[in-house]
Design a protein around this ligand. Structure first.
Ligand code: CTP
Length: 413
């Protein structure tokens, strides 16, 4: 396919050379458009030699070829790596003051941006708003990795590894193609539980967990891209839901259970991505709990919450008797496993899959470097039919595309 690789003016521009190699070595025809600032980091000669095409960042070169129109129109995929804060801002504002931003306005295919910048710039309200604007227009923005930045500082803002950008870009292209062809989930109703529940202790305190909701939101984006109608049952999350979903907000596990069960009759695919608290305080005190004057330690009594995934399976399996219309047709859960002295993560996950009775589990093998809040992931999809996918590695969106494609495959059986 024809790819336009935009390169922003950041120190990570050198990594785009490896990304370019990954694209050309997998048989794609790549035209590189660096910004003016990017050429201060890597010269045009490098891009010309590696891509085999002339390189320019001006709309005034080769005017007879009308490059600022042609390149965007002809590209099957546009990837910008690194996307600096400046490139994100100019793209969000719809500026067309160089060949790269002009090309973006002419894009017909999917656009994937891999931002890289200092943590403060990435977290600045202006950048957050630009990212949200671009995402709402259907652009895939890969979350930057955390780690060492240009100087001695560390934090989110690093360009993800070229292999990860390569995989995310091809996944976005594949998803766009499927959506174009009607979408593997076209017309299907997908319900996804997202985020972490909060179990109230009193009016000001709760028991919570570290779920960021990022994987659930990525699932929603993937389902939307495949043409589904998406309902989010949304507990507490750090990130906003993508545009185009119906959102049912909940706080506690019990509220989440009620919302999920209510959604089942109008759901074709249920994905339980929420971190549902297994326990809640036995009693919610109506007024703020005070420290005791006698200095005694408080004692909390917890009770078990329902297993929502299991209940959804039982509700489906009980079904409207004899109508053959039991919904959802596909139910999936997530399992985070470490393995222990008794069994490896896969064995634990197989046992969990059997206990839950759902159609497949997305197994996350976790170690001390927990995946909570991280932007990338590695999972294996294990099926009730005994199947086991190859490991899926990459951003949460890459994982989400694989999960939704797996669900679509089961629906079409
Ligand atoms: N889940 C649920 N209701 C709960 C707890 C979890 O529906 N009360 C769902 C989650 O959304 C997820 C899956 O079940 O899809 C995770 O299963 P769970 O048994 O909770 O796994 P762990 O949290 O890993 O717990 P453990 O291994 O300790 O059993």
């Amino acid at each position: 396919m024809r790819i336009v690789l935009g390169v922003g003016g950041g120190i990570a521009a050198y990594k785009a050379a490896s990304l370019l190699r990954l694209f050309t070595e997998s048989g794609h025809d790549v035209t590189v458009i660096p910004t003016e600032a990017a050429t201060r980091f890597v010269g045009t000669a490098t891009w010309e030699a590696l891509s085999g095409h002339p390189v320019s960042n001006s709309v005034w070169d080769d005017v007879d070829k009308v490059n600022h129109v042609r390149l965007g129109h002809e590209a099957d995929l546009i990837v910008i790596a690194p996307a600096t804060a400046d490139v994100l801002a100019r793209a969000a504002a719809g500026l067309a003051d160089d060949l790269l931003t002009g090309t973006l306005l002419m894009a017909r295919g999917p656009v994937v941006m891999a931002p890289a910048m200092h943590t403060e710039m990435w977290q600045h309200a202006a950048t957050r708003a630009n990212v949200e604007t671009l995402r709402s227009r259907g652009i895939t923005i890969i979350e930057p990795a955390s780690g060492r930045l240009t100087g001695a500082d560390t934090g989110p803002g690093r360009l993800p590894e070229p292999a990860e950008i390569h995989a995310a870009a091809l996944a976005a292209h594949a998803a766009a193609r499927t959506a174009h062809a009607g979408g593997a989930l076209h017309g299907k109703r997908v319900t996804i539980s997202v985020g972490g529940t909060r179990e109230a202790l009193d009016p000001v305190r709760f028991l919570g967990n570290r779920s960021s909701g990022k994987q659930g939101m990525a699932l929603a984006e993937a389902a939307l891209a495949q043409g589904a109608h998406v309902t989010l049952v949304l507990a507490h999350a750090e990130v906003a839901p993508p545009r185009g979903c119906d959102v049912v907000r909940v706080e506690s596990a019990l509220q989440l259970r009620d919302a999920v069960i209510a959604a089942l009759p109008a759901t074709d695919v249920l994905v339980m991505a929420a971190a549902v608290a297994d326990f809640r305080p036995a009693e919610v005190v109506a007024t703020k709990i005070k420290k005791n004057d006698d200095g005694a330690d408080p004692v909390l009594t917890l009770v078990r919450n329902p297993d929502v995934l299991r209940e959804a399976v039982l509700t489906r399996d009980a079904g409207p008797a004899g109508t053959g219309d039991a919904r959802p047709l596909v139910i999936a859960g997530f399992a985070a496993e470490t393995g222990d002295a008794t069994a490896d993560p896969l064995t634990h996950a197989r046992a969990k899959l059997a206990r839950k009775g759902c159609d497949f589990l997305v197994l996350n093998v976790v170690g001390s470097d927990l995946v909570f809040g991280e932007d990338s992931n590695e999972v294996t999809i294990i099926g009730a039919d005994g199947s086991e996918s190859a490991p899926v590695r990459g951003s949460k969106r890459v994982v989400a595309d694989a999960v939704m494609s797996h669900a679509a495959g089961l629906l079409s059986r």
